[in-house]
Design a protein around this ligand. Structure first.
Ligand code: CAA
Length: 262
């Protein structure tokens, strides 16, 4: 793989690209060069026809402790605005079409929480620590936290968390639907379970996987009627894929589908 300074990339299971945030001295604080590397690695996996799912993780102690406060401290309005500071972070949410799973152990604060929320779903340990502490720094969340967290947990809980800056646990994240699963144990067990799920997803037709991600995401943007129509159109479109024939023929013949990914 490309030589990165702040992240590690590997393919631990067939079809699964794993990105490990690796800036231990700063608890994986998301400085701009780290994000450039993350975006580059995400794009490469997204374009790699052998990859079907992507996992982002951090260390046992920190998924990511936020945007880099030391980098942000001297910013002015003018420079933040003209350079559209943080905008490149939206690459994951806006452009990556394959599923991205966050495996969160330890701190996921501020931009770390927001990065996890930008992923398609989250697995975490029960003692993971989520939060949007930006208010303590005199700012607001800057990478979608006020929007994505509020859509998931509702306005009252989001206000309580964002206005106080208090943290919430992995256990709470599971109860509130922020995390899809809370895994017993530490980082190792978490990663094993997340990779297992990623491998399952990567084992399906990649065309169908991308389409399924797309239709679920549309539910966040469209009215129910438009969303249902959108889903039906894409469902129709998949009858033009080779993998629809492969999948349905294999079912009828009681065989395992051998996907073409076309
Ligand atoms: N930015 C820059 N450096 C950070 C950092 C961050 N977000 N978080 C931790 N670090 C650095 C610390 O400065 C420290 O560096 P030094 O050893 O050089 O002093 C190192 O990482 C280890 O951190 P601590 O000594 O603080 O570790 P701890 O275990 O005592 O505390 C912590 C851990 C509670 C997570 C604490 O580090 C902390 O509060 N970090 C900041 C969390 C935060 O406010 N995040 C939100 C950032 S704003 C944001 O993200 C904006 C946005 O929406 C995009």
């Amino acid at each position: 793989p490309a030589s990165y300074e702040y992240i590690l990339t590997e393919t631990p299971k067939p079809g699964v690209g794993l990105i490990t945030l690796n800036r231990p001295k700063a608890l994986n604080a998301l400085c701009s060069p780290l994000f450039q590397e993350l975006n580059d690695a995400l794009s490469k996996y997204d374009q790699d026809k052998d990859i079907g799912a992507i996992v982002i993780t951090g260390s046992e102690k920190a998924f990511a402790a936020g945007a880099d406060i030391k980098e942000m401290a001297p910013l002015t309005f003018s420079s933040a605005y003209s350079n559209n500071f943080i905008a490149p972070w939206s690459h994951l949410a806006n452009n990556i079409r394959k599923p991205v799973i966050a495996a969160v152990s330890g701190y996921a604060l501020g931009g770390g929480c927001e990065l996890a929320l930008m992923c398609d779903f989250i697995y975490c340990t029960s003692n993971a620590t989520f939060g949007q502490p930006e208010i303590k720094l005199g700012v607001t969340p800057g990478a979608g936290g006020s929007q994505r967290l509020t859509r998931i947990i509702g306005k009252s809980r989001a206000m309580d968390l964002i206005l106080t800056g208090k943290n919430f646990s992995g256990k709470e994240a599971g109860e509130w639907g922020v995390a899809a699963r809370v895994i017993d144990g530490g980082k190792e067990e978490l990663l094993a379970e997340t990779l297992k799920t990623a491998e399952t997803i990567a084992g399906y037709s990649h065309v169908a996987v991308v389409a399924n991600k797309e239709v679920v995401n549309k539910s966040q943007e469209l009215s129910l009627r438009e969303g249902v129509e959108y889903e039906r159109r894409l469902f129709h479109a998949l009858f033009g894929s080779k993998d629809q024939k492969i999948g349905m023929t294999a079912f009828a013949e009681k065989k395992k589908a051998e996907w073409s990914h076309e």
